[in-house]
Design a protein around this ligand. Structure first.
Ligand code: SAM
Length: 216
């Protein structure tokens, strides 16, 4: 059966994506543009959280100083831990949190406000809003919040089959609250025709820019 969204343009995006994945077998499941940006931006001095383990976990392990990686699926948790053995060198902590959104998101509470350089929200779809709200205060000035498959939750001007549409409301009250909190953050949207990855950057206070402080 041919599905209605299987247009020539969509098929072209799928082929391009398959080629990209073949050429970059270790890259996270984000848009190629987001991966390229993060590859340049991340450094060994950085600490972050990711919700949703996978290729991204080993990829971050090779680039950042410390990562807390949160997984909800016990089998996938074991698989991620095994894959990490060769590359992690103690830089990555993988945690299994399967019970509830609150339990899953609560990892953020272990960190002081403004302590994190980056957070990737890419785990359980229905829990991403709670994770995003938990992450926002924890990100330092100049730090990044990365949300994959953002088209499913937020109004964005992108063409992807499962997008809520550019005029829709954020799909839950928590997403609405997140959008309000992120209104002053610089937003970078990338789309490969299959997904949209959004990267927000927390603004740097003017005083920090003048002194060349850590957020600059
Ligand atoms: C969108 S994936 C996370 C992807 C990861 N952040 C990355 O970029 O590689 C969300 C969840 O799907 C599951 N998952 C990840 N990769 C999978 C795979 N190849 N097959 C089946 N489940 C997978 C895990 O439970 C994970 O927490």
């Amino acid at each position: 059966m041919i599905r209605s969204h299987w247009t020539p343009a969509y098929l072209n995006h799928r082929v391009r994506n398959a080629v990209y994945r073949l050429r970059h077998p270790k890259a996270p499941w984000l848009t190629p543009e987001a991966v390229a940006f993060l590859d340049k931006w991340l450094g060994r001095g950085h600490e972050g959280i990711e919700w949703g383990t996978g290729r991204s976990t080993c990829w971050f392990a090779c680039r950042v100083g410390r990562l807390t990686s949160v997984e909800h699926d016990p089998a996938w948790f074991v698989r991620t831990c095994r894959r990490l053995e060769k590359v992690s060198a103690g830089r990555v902590r993988v945690l299994l949190r399967e019970a509830s959104a609150e339990n899953y998101a609560r990892i953020a509470d272990e960190f002081e406000d403004g302590a994190l350089d980056f957070v990737l929200v890419d785990g359980v779809s229905a829990w991403r809003d709670v994770c995003t709200l938990a992450a926002i205060p924890k990100i330092r000035e100049g730090g990044l919040l990365i949300l994959d498959d953002a088209q499913r939750y937020l109004p964005l001007d992108v063409v992807v089959p499962d997008a809520v549409g550019s005029r829709a409301e954020p799909i839950t009250p928590a997403w609405k609250q997140a959008v309000e909190l992120l209104a002053s953050w610089k937003r970078q949207v990338s789309c490969d025709g299959l997904r949209a990855t959004v990267i927000w950057r927390r603004p740097v206070a003017a005083s920090m820019l003048k002194t060349g402080g850590p957020g600059a």
